[in-house]
Design a protein around this ligand. Structure first.
Ligand code: FAD
Length: 447
């Protein structure tokens, strides 16, 4: 068979079921990546993700070149490009790994139908999740809405061990098909900001595997106690690698299931949140735009010039509130922010400042290297109190108290706050009470 493997967000050779299947069955193999941002609209990759993707594609292309293969790069309509390549390559089959964002599911369904009608065999596989969203449901046959029972059921369903495929050791001959250079995709931001990210990350599969090794060796055992301390590199920082599929959750699980069971349990529960986020996005496809909890549809978020100015101050790390500004500057400098600090900046924006969670999610979307529709939607709706299994509305983080608790020696704040802060743009105490009143009214209105 002449097989096309269509790389998407599965930019790796290990544990890549579609690639494995293609290598096992192909007499000739064509490896393709198609840049089609319009098809992900309105969630085309933001600036930080584009920077990452640019480097990840270079890394993948180099590692394929070492195996005598070329990554064929295209830009435009995925269907048209696949049809054109299939025709030029005289393909029999097209294979890929599944994704779970609503726009991509619809596109892939259409592509599957159109390619099948044109006489090609199509195959899709699971590379991204431990369990796909439709494989687990409540006793009543519905999707889960609460994390704890979801994860309990998921853990019971998971096999003791996954079979993890090593990179193929025999590669069928490749294809000589026209393609673009990666640089021609224009993914690299014009803004010099992009260059700063390189100091903090190594996109690509080799970078992901090194990061996993480093975490297992130096941080995994202490994860339950250090994961909440932003000054410490206590978390795995695998999120962008996971988003782009440079590593998969099965590989991480296999690396962690060692002797240190309690630490692994806590870490695996975080991967569980990732699974839960994908479960929710799959079953409740409009949640990136709309609140999971319908009571919030009428909620009055602040708008107008003063709210715009507050949003800008928040984005620039100029709220005058230390831990918040430190977090927003970490984000700007590195494309990543520690989870605890994400919760704190999110709470300040949506609760103290009363600004719509979608504005925060949009800023994160553009600036995070790990921007992920499922995880970002879950995170923002959780902190705004409007999501599935969300933080209760009265949970309003006090950034100063949080700083004393999680950054007692100021290391995190001092690292990111080089200039003196402006006056706080908001009084934490009065804005907290105003938020409580707003949320309480919402409860009364819908009672
Ligand atoms: P670790 O602590 O090492 O966790 C391991 C992996 O588990 C992560 O890489 C991630 O894939 C997953 N994970 C951990 N926590 C969560 C969580 N709460 N929800 C879903 N998955 C989780 N994560 C993203 O990957 N992309 C986002 O766009 C994103 N936006 C967020 C927005 C807000 C407001 C909040 C509060 C959280 C958001 N998160 C997002 C979740 C979390 O902050 C990051 O996954 C985590 O900080 C990544 O760092 P790490 O890889 O070192 O995490």
């Amino acid at each position: 068979m002449r097989i096309i493997h269509w790389f998407r967000r599965d930019l790796r050779l290990t544990d890549n079921p579609s690639l494995e299947w293609a290598c096992q069955h192909a007499d000739a193999l064509c490896l393709v990546y198609i840049h089609a941002p319009d098809e992900e609209s309105p969630w085309a990759a933001g600036a930080a993700s584009c920077w990452w993707l640019h480097h990840a594609l270079h890394a993948l292309s180099e590692s394929l070149a070492q195996r005598g293969h070329r990554l064929i790069i295209r830009h435009g309509s995925s269907l048209q490009e696949l049809q054109q390549i299939a025709d030029a390559f005289n393909a029999d089959a097209v294979s890929w790994n599944r994704l779970y964002e609503p726009a991509i599911i619809a596109r892939d369904r259409d592509i599957k139908t159109r390619l099948s009608e044109a006489g090609y065999t199509t195959r899709s596989h699971n590379a991204a999740l431990l369990l796909e969203p439709w494989t687990i449901e409540t006793g009543a046959g519905r999707p889960y809405r609460v994390f704890t029972p979801f994860w309990k059921a998921a853990k019971n369903t998971l096999p003791g061990e996954f079979n993890i495929a090593e990179p193929p050791d025999s590669w069928p001959p490749g294809a000589d098909i026209e393609g673009l250079s990666i640089d021609a995709l224009g993914l690299r931001p014009q803004h010099p900001w992009g260059d700063k990210l390189a100091a903090h990350w190594r996109p690509g599969e080799a970078g992901a595997l090194d990061q996993l090794d480093h975490f297992v060796e130096h941080a995994a055992a202490d994860y339950p106690s250090t994961r909440d301390v932003p000054a410490v590199a206590g978390t795995s920082r695998l999120s962008p690698h996971l988003h782009f599929g440079e590593i998969g959750p099965r590989q991480i699980r296999a690396a962690l299931l060692g002797p240190d069971a309690p630490a692994a349990e806590k870490y695996l529960a975080e991967l569980g949140w990732r699974e839960f986020a994908h479960h929710l996005l799959y079953h409740f496809a409009d949640t990136p735009q709309r609140e999971f909890n319908p009571k919030f549809e009428a909620f009055e978020w602040r708008s107008g010039e003063a709210a715009e100015a507050d949003l800008k101050a928040w984005q620039r790390g100029q709220t005058g509130i230390e831990l918040v500004d430190a977090g927003m500057r970490e984000l700007w400098a590195t494309g990543w922010m520690h989870n605890r600090v994400r919760m704190i900046v999110g709470s300040l924006l949506t609760k103290n400042l009363g600004i719509d969670w979608r504005a925060g999610a949009a800023w994160f979307w553009d600036t995070l290297v790990d921007a992920d529709l499922a995880n970002n939607t879950l995170g923002w709706q959780w902190i705004a109190g409007c999501g599935a299994d969300a933080a209760p509305y009265f949970r309003i983080f006090n950034p100063d108290t949080q700083a004393e608790r999680f950054d007692p020696d100021r290391r995190y704040r001092d690292r990111w706050l080089s200039q003196p802060l402006a006056e706080p743009i908001i009084d934490l105490k009065t804005s907290r009470q105003a938020a409580l009143d707003r949320y309480a009214r919402l409860k009364e209105d819908s009672a």
